[in-house]
Design a protein around this ligand. Structure first.
Ligand code: NAP
Length: 558
């Protein structure tokens, strides 16, 4: 009898979970409360209850080659960084290509997820669903939780004394859609995550003044790296990860910090973070808007009066609007509290996927992690692992081992990123996908690759760590992976080469040319020297210099 798997949510995690179930021979049913796929990438003009909401101008901050699913590159004409509508288009292409739609029940909300009364023996789950007001029950062998964790706004009102007296308007960034209401206003944006960065920059073009209030600061990096290449493609590489893990942490942290602060002096712009390796904000315009004075960076908020904000440095600003871009709380309203314990977004999950203390390894959470990299390949590898565990083809270690792994990784994370609510889910991207790929035997074996396919090995080790690397071997191997890796730069450059020029003839004086000419000349000298040596009995090596060096260049042969 086949294993019935329930999938809660048809966003980027739920879609790949369906596909992974099918690949492992499981029987998926995906419940989606809205009438479309895409989760947070499905933009709506108004905020919908229990659904993530994004603003109109969101663009991705990871590039298309780094953020696609591992066996489905984005179309080559897609821009390098994508508007949310393009991501939704891509998700539709993915769902159509792998025929996933027929497994999704739309407008079906999961109201509760409970262990069956004989859970300890059967491992079954009872799911109560609601479709257009009609309730129903289903029984499943395993469950993927893919409901996203960006729909419950985090706004700790007690951190902002006097807010109740403030006569201006305040909202959480979840409710921000466009700039239109803010023309000519004085606005305070609270926070320095990506939402705060994007919103303050957008408003800085039309508001009278924008204040950006930050408690702990943040690194700000551009999407664009040297030569105009995407920053994640230049930074996220296996050999740099290897070096980082090899060096003493202090030194590696110093180097990473230097890299993150190389664009501009963060102290001068008031952004220097308190936690040294805090997750960076990706924003191409924030520094220039600060330099232009359209955004003024301020410390945290001390209190509110009816018309103004008093910052922690004692300065006061009269303001019309406040936007709290203070992040989100993970919630699972359908789940019993004793199944997972949420503590300020912190959940004890083995490798951010499996609850440690469940009797059966048949409940998996996808996307409850914040890697320093793209989320789509991250949730995909989580789903591939979990589907194999559900099938019984991969095993989880003992509770003791999982506990010890959680403690160790928490300790490591705290040392790297600092302790705080914003840092709870942070991980190094390549370390994390390596960790999971080893669980299911799909980790690329670089040494073997150097012997069998040196060109590919070079790209895998020294090139961007694109998701295709996770399809080179093992279960789920994809025959197109090698070619996808070798052509990743072509797809990156293609959409921007829209004005075709006659390329400047390449200078003949390149290192390659010098090496080739050098080798040819050496070969020529050697052959002539050998011919002379055969006549004279001495080999004259092609060494030039003073006459005594010439003497030492004469070597007796045979
Ligand atoms: P976030 O990354 O969780 O950032 C929340 C911010 O709120 C932090 O700067 C935090 O400051 C601040 N904060 C929290 N509690 C506070 C308090 N009591 N007082 C003052 N400040 C407080 O949230 P987000 O920016 O909404 O981002 C959510 C997720 O969406 C992230 O994964 C983000 O990368 C993603 N996102 C992506 C894009 C994009 O791709 N373009 C755009 C927006 C969001 P401290 O650091 O000082 O704690």
């Amino acid at each position: 009898m086949s294993t019935r798997v329930a999938i809660i949510g048809a966003g980027c995690s739920g879609l790949t979970a369906i596909k992974c179930c099918l690949e492992e021979g499981l029987e998926p049913t995906c419940f989606e409360q809205s009438d479309g796929i895409g989760g947070l990438w499905r933009f709506t003009e108004t905020v919908e209850e229990d659904r993530a909401s994004i603003y109109k101008s969101v663009f991705t901050n990871t590039s298309k080659e780094m953020m696609c699913y591992s066996d489905f590159p984005m179309p080559e004409n897609f821009p390098v960084f994508l508007h949310h509508s393009k991501i939704l288009e891509y998700l539709h292409l993915y769902a159509e290509h792998f025929n996933l739609f027929k497994y999704i029940k739309f407008q079906t909300k999961v109201c509760s997820l409970k262990q069956h009364q004989d859970f300890a023996t059967t491992g079954k789950w009872n799911i109560e669903i609601e479709n257009k007001g009609k309730k129903d029950l289903g029984v499943f062998d395993a469950v993927f939780v893919c409901n996203g964790h960006y729909h419950e706004p985090y706004l700790p009102l007690d951190s902002f004394p006097g807010l109740e007296n403030f006569k201006g308007r305040y909202i959480h960034s979840r409710f921000y859609k466009t700039w239109e209401d803010y023309q000519g206003k004085t606005v305070v944006v609270v926070g320095t995550g990506n939402s705060a960065g994007d919103i303050s920059v957008e408003l800085s073009h039309i508001a009278k003044q924008v204040f950006l209030s930050t408690r702990h600061g943040s690194w700000v990096v551009s999407r664009i790296s040297h030569g105009g290449y995407p920053i994640d493609m230049t930074m996220s590489r296996r050999y740099t990860m290897g070096m980082r893990n090899f060096l003493p942490r202090y030194l590696a942290a110093k180097i990473s910090e230097k890299v993150m602060s190389s664009w501009f002096h963060h102290t001068n712009l008031g952004l220097e973070p308190k936690f040294r390796l805090k997750h960076p904000v990706v924003n191409d315009y924030l520094p220039s808007q600060i330099l232009q004075g359209s955004i003024i960076v301020k410390p945290g908020i001390e209190s509110f009066t009816d018309t103004s904000v008093i910052f922690q440095d004692g300065t006061v600003a009269n303001v019309d609007e406040v936007i709290f871009a203070t992040g989100y709380s993970s919630t699972f309203p359908f789940l019993d509290n004793d199944i997972i314990h949420l503590n300020n977004n912190d959940v004890s999950l083995y490798k951010y996927v499996f609850p440690i203390y469940l009797e059966k390894p048949n409940l998996a959470f996808l996307g409850l992690v914040q890697p320093l990299g793209a989320i789509m390949p991250t949730v995909e590898i989580q789903a591939r692992w979990a589907a194999r565990v559900f099938k019984g083809a991969a095993k989880l270690p003992s509770v003791k081992k999982m506990e010890s792994h959680c403690l160790k990784s928490k300790d490591k994370k705290n040392k790297w990123f600092g302790v705080g609510r914003t840092q709870v889910l942070q991980t190094h991207y390549i370390d994390y996908i390596n960790d999971i790929s080893r669980e299911i035997g799909i980790h690329p074996n670089v040494i073997y690759l150097f012997i069998s396919d040196p060109r590919l090995a070079w790209h895998v080790l020294f090139g961007p760590c694109t998701p295709y690397q996770l399809r080179l071997r093992g279960p789920g191997k994809w025959s197109g992976a090698r070619n996808a890796i070798l052509t990743q730069w072509d797809r990156t450059i293609k959409p921007t080469k829209t004005r075709i020029l006659h390329e400047n003839p390449k200078s003949w004086f390149s290192l390659k040319t010098v090496l080739v000419i050098g080798s040819l000349l050496t070969a020529l000298w050697c052959s002539r020297a050998r011919a002379n040596a055969e006549q004279s009995g001495y080999l004259a090596l092609p060494v030039y210099g003073t006459s005594w060096t010439r003497i030492f260049s004469m070597v007796r042969i045979n």
